[in-house]
Design a protein around this ligand. Structure first.
Ligand code: PAF
Length: 280
C-alpha cells in the first residue's frame, strides 16, 4: 500500500495503474474509518483492479460553527485498517495541496444542494461537490464508491457527474449498522454512553415509517407524524428534519412510493447525526 500526499504523486500512481489496463476505484473519505468505509473498500476491491482511498478532512464542507477542528483525525489507525483490505494507494493531501493559495473556484450543484442537509448546513454541499470534483480530477477513477447513509450527498454527486460529464461510475453501498441499529458514523465517536443510547431513536423512527408504509400508509405527512411520535420518546434529542423525498431530486413528496427516501437528521447532545431508508 503506497501512501502519497501530493497531487503529482497520486496522479502518477493512478496513471501507472491505468497504463497496465487496470480499472481504478476510488473511496473518498475524511478518515476516522469505520465498518461503513471498509464496506466501500470491499465493494471497490470486488470490481476494480486498483483501489485508491483518500483521507482528507475537507474544510470547505464545514460551516463556521461546525466541528472542523475537532473532527477525529486518526491517520495511523486508518492506515492499519486499509492495509489488510488490499488498498493500493492512500492519498492524504494537506489543505494547501487541495486548495492552493488563492483558490476561488467552487462547484455548485444548484437547488438540490439546498435540500435536506443543505438547508441546515448552508454551503456544505458546495464544499462536498468541490472536493469530490478535485479528487475525481486528480485520481481519475473509473468508479467511485459512496455510502447510502449520506443519501443527499449521493444525489448531489450523481447530479454533478452527469452535469459535468465525468466518465465515472458512481456505486452506492448500503448503510452498515451496529447490531442495535445505529448507523456507523465517524461522529458516533463524540457520543457519551447515554447519548449513544438516545441516538437509537433515529433508526427506530425510520423503522416505524417503514412499518407504516408496509401496512399501506402513503400519506407522507402521516408517516412523518409517526416518526415525530417516536422522537418524542427521547426529548433530549432535537430533530433537525424528518422528510420523505424523491431520492434523485431530494424534492418533497406528498405521497410515498417505492424508492421514496425517508431521511432524518437530529442533534444528540451537540452531535448531529443523519440516517435514512429507501421505502419499498
Ligand atoms: O462522505 C464523506 O466522508 C465526505 O463528504 C467526502 C465525500 C469524503 C468529501 O469530503
Amino acid at each position: 500500500m503506497k501512501l502519497v500526499a501530493t497531487v503529482n504523486e497520486a496522479r502518477a500512481a493512478v496513471r501507472d495503474a491505468k497504463r497496465q489496463g487496470k480499472r481504478v476505484g476510488l473511496v473518498a473519505t475524511m478518515g476516522a474509518l469505520h465498518a461503513g468505509h471498509i464496506s466501500l473498500v470491499r465493494a471497490a476491491k470486488a470490481s476494480c483492479d486498483f483501489v485508491a482511498a483518500s483521507i482528507f478532512v475537507n474544510p470547505t464542507q464545514f460551516g463556521p460553527k461546525e466541528d472542523y477542528t475537532k473532527y477525529p483525525r486518526t491517520l495511523e489507525a486508518d492506515r492499519h485498517k486499509l492495509e489488510p483490505e488490499g488498498v493500493d494507494l492512500v492519498f492524504t493531501p494537506a489543505v494547501e495541496e487541495m486548495y492552493p493559495h488563492g483558490a476561488t473556484t467552487f462547484v455548485n450543484v444548484d437547488e438540490i444542494s439546498e435540500r435536506l442537509d443543505g438547508r441546515s448546513r448552508p454551503g456544505h454541499f458546495r464544499g462536498v461537490a468541490t472536493i469530490v470534483a478535485k479528487l475525481f480530477h486528480v485520481l481519475e477513477p473509473d468508479a467511485a464508491f459512496f455510502g447510502q447513509k449520506d443519501a443527499a450527498q449521493v444525489a448531489i454527486i450523481r447530479r454533478m457527474v452527469r452535469d459535468l460529464m465525468f466518465p465515472i461510475e458512481i456505486v452506492v453501498a448500503p448503510i452498515i449498522r451496529e447490531a442495535d441499529g445505529l448507523a456507523f458514523s465517524s461522529r458516533n465517536a463524540y457520543l457519551s454512553p447515554e447519548e449513544r443510547r438516545q441516538a437509537l431513536v433515529l433508526s427506530r423512527a425510520l423503522r416505524e415509517i417503514e412499518t407504516r408504509y408496509r401496512a399501506g400508509e402513503r400519506d407522507t405527512n402521516k408517516l412523518i407524524e409517526t416518526a415525530r411520535a417516536v422522537f418524542a420518546t427521547e426529548p433530549a434529542v432535537r430533530v433537525d428534519y424528518i422528510e420523505l423525498v424523491d431520492s434523485e431530486t431530494l424534492g418533497a413528496r406528498a405521497k410515498a412510493a417505492s424508492g421514496t427516501l425517508a431521511a432524518v437528521a437530529a442533534f444528540v447532545g451537540t452531535t448531529r447525526l443523519i440516517d435514512n431508508v429507501r421505502l419499498g
